[in-house]
Design a protein around this ligand. Structure first.
Ligand code: NAP
Length: 549
């Protein structure tokens, strides 16, 4: 919307392009509009909601508390919106995104069903030339990439995927018209967070469900419940202090965090604490000991506790053994929260195909062939994950200063300062980028931090007459070194997971995210502001901006 000027080349000259209508992009759209910038926001989907617009699969639900998984920046929004459950389901989260878009009048800024094809920095003119798939060209002083850490789905690397003649559905691109799955023979490929939610939901319906499990995942009981009127009143009266506490918390959420190492607590009391947390549900379990991700012996004992719960729940003990995760530390892959996942396997219509014991050979026109034979299916559901953290950004051509392509800069893995800005890519910013806490902390708290940081920096540039900014290579290297040092102390590198890129063939491997906790990340961003941005390289504006609002 707004005051774009069409320049001689036919391009629209604006202040800022924002890519993405997930919660990061929506906040950026509000913030920079309020700053008076002339913005255009672009989104490939047909409406707002990001991952929640696409992921409509049966049982899709957020496993972060609704109070955390919501904006804190707008008092109107948080007072007027009421969550119905502690952990909200996809339709309610999408309704929230729509509510925010309406309440804050964000949609007029968006071009939906539009994809960015390329973004190229023009150093002489200090602007980004952004081309979209409808043939339009935008020229923008700033570019904000809110493309999300989990937005580019991946298909499994299995021969014959396109051969299947039944219905193929993807968790991450679920059709808007609900497919009829009643009475069907359904195969689910993938037992991460998406697959587990699908399995525990469809398993209870009238169908024959075949779960093709390669690596069993650890999951904790969610124990979701309705939010009471009393909860709502208490929440709404205390939002300010809750949000402030989230900003001090390593998870960026309202979660208890322990300072007690595992072995500092007597054995019987440890057991009691684990039992209590298990009964309480949610992520409480993650907050009982302080050293789970650095102490293998402590981690082993906690993993044993969870394996024992699987043993207790699954009636067929041979099946229980197959469902028990082994060979990697608990929480070194993102933990899931479930509602009766293991109980689902006690049903006669749910069948586990252990693909470690009986590997998948190919997909056929009738179903999936494993070494032991063909499993005939009517429907194949792919819940096989994402080219996470970097996939969405590398999906289009980004060219920075001196012709530097992003894919070349990131050849060995993503590099940036705070996951927000990159040496060689002036005036390009990311929110929840790959070198921040990204997927390890609350996406709302990170998005608000990142957008506020960018807004502060742009205000500074405008006040000082600066036309371009980027971090120096030295400061970017120092940040990346810090990430590596922190990761080397953690057990997180001991598992194969999208966290480290090992789920995508040929992708550089390693921990690119900041594992020091959201609170430390925020402090680092705040220190950069407090020192007057002295580690950033600025270039004076060549000319006055033509379309400033
Ligand atoms: P994921 O955790 O990466 O899981 C992908 C699954 O597909 C794994 O079980 C993987 O097995 C399997 N797979 C991939 N290729 C395969 C192949 N060729 N053969 C057999 N199995 C194959 O992906 P996701 O479940 O979509 O979750 C990704 C992230 O999204 C989550 O970690 C979470 O951060 C987020 N998410 C959150 C929620 C929520 O809030 N509740 C819900 C959904 C997703 P291997 O492990 O053996 O590779």
């Amino acid at each position: 919307m707004g005051r774009a000027q069409t320049v001689a080349s036919g391009a629209e000259r604006i202040d800022m392009v924002i890519v993405g209508a997930g919660f990061g992009g929506m906040y950026a759209t509000w913030k920079f509009r309020e700053m008076g910038l002339n913005i255009v926001s672009i989104e490939e989907g047909g409406d707002v909601g990001g991952v929640w617009y696409w992921n409509r699969y049966p049982g899709a639900r957020c496993d972060l508390l609704s109070v955390d998984y919501s904006y804190g920046f707008s008092e109107e929004v948080q007072q007027e919106w009421t969550w119905s459950e502690q952990f909200a389901a996809q339709p309610e989260i999408l309704a929230y995104a729509n509510f925010v878009a309406d309440r804050l009048t964000l949609r007029p800024h968006y071009r939906f069903n539009t994809r960015v094809d390329s973004a190229k920095w023009d150093d002489a003119r200090q602007l980004w030339v952004v081309r979209t798939n409808d043939g339009k060209v935008l020229e923008a002083t700033y570019c904000v990439m809110s493309t999300g850490p989990l937005s580019k789905p991946t298909d499994p690397d299995i021969p014959g995927l396109n051969r299947f003649k039944g219905l193929t559905l993807r968790a991450a691109r679920w059709p808007h018209e609900e497919p009829d799955l009643k009475g069907k023979r359904i195969g689910v490929l993938g037992t991460g967070s998406s697959g587990m939610q699908i399995i525990q939901t469809l398993g209870r319906t009238e169908c024959e469900l075949f779960v093709f499990q390669r690596t069993p995942s650890f999951t904790l009981p969610m124990r979701n419940r309705k939010v009471t009127d009393r909860d709502v009143a208490e929440l709404k009266a205390n939002y300010a202090s809750i949000r402030a506490a989230c900003r001090l918390n390593p998870t960026g959420g309202a979660r208890p965090v322990s300072t007690r190492p595992f072995f500092s607590i007597p054995a019987d009391h440890r057991q009691e604490l684990m039992e209590q947390a298990w009964q309480h549900g949610g992520h409480t379990f993650l907050g009982i000991f302080s050293d789970l991700m650095v102490n293998q012996a402590a981690n082993d004992q906690v993993a044993d506790f969870v394996r024992d719960r699987i043993h207790d729940t699954v009636i067929d003990k041979t099946l229980a053994e197959k469902l028990k995760p082994r060979g990697y530390p608990i929480f070194a892959r993102r933990p899931c929260l479930d509602t009766g996942y293991y109980e689902t396997y006690n049903r006669p219509n749910v069948h586990l195909v252990d693909c470690l014991e009986d590997p998948i050979v190919e997909i056929t026109d009738k179903g999936i062939r494993t070494q032991s034979g063909e499993h005939e299916l009517d429907v194949l559901i792919l819940a096989t994950g994402y080219d996470a953290l970097t996939g969405a950004l590398l999906a289009f051509e980004i060219t920075g200063k001196d012709g530097l392509a992003l894919k070349d800069k990131w050849e060995g893995g993503p590099r940036s300062l705070f996951g927000i800005m990159m040496a060689g890519f002036p005036n390009m910013f990311m929110t929840t980028g790959p070198n921040g806490p990204a997927a390890l902390a609350n996406i709302f708290t990170i998005s608000e931090n990142d957008v506020d940081f960018i807004a502060g920096l742009i205000a500074h540039m405008r006040a000082k007459g600066q036309g371009a900014v980027e971090p120096s290579r030295a400061v970017e290297d120092a940040w990346m070194d810090q990430i590596q040092v922190l990761a080397s102390r953690s057990l997180m590198l001991k598992a194969k997971t999208w966290w480290t890129g090992s789920n995508v063939k040929g992708k550089p491997q390693g921990m690119s995210m900041f594992t020091g906790g959201f609170h430390k990340y925020r402090e680092a961003c705040e220190a950069a502001v407090a020192n007057g941005y002295r580690d950033l390289s600025f270039a004076p504006a060549h000319q006055a901006e033509p379309v400033a609002g």
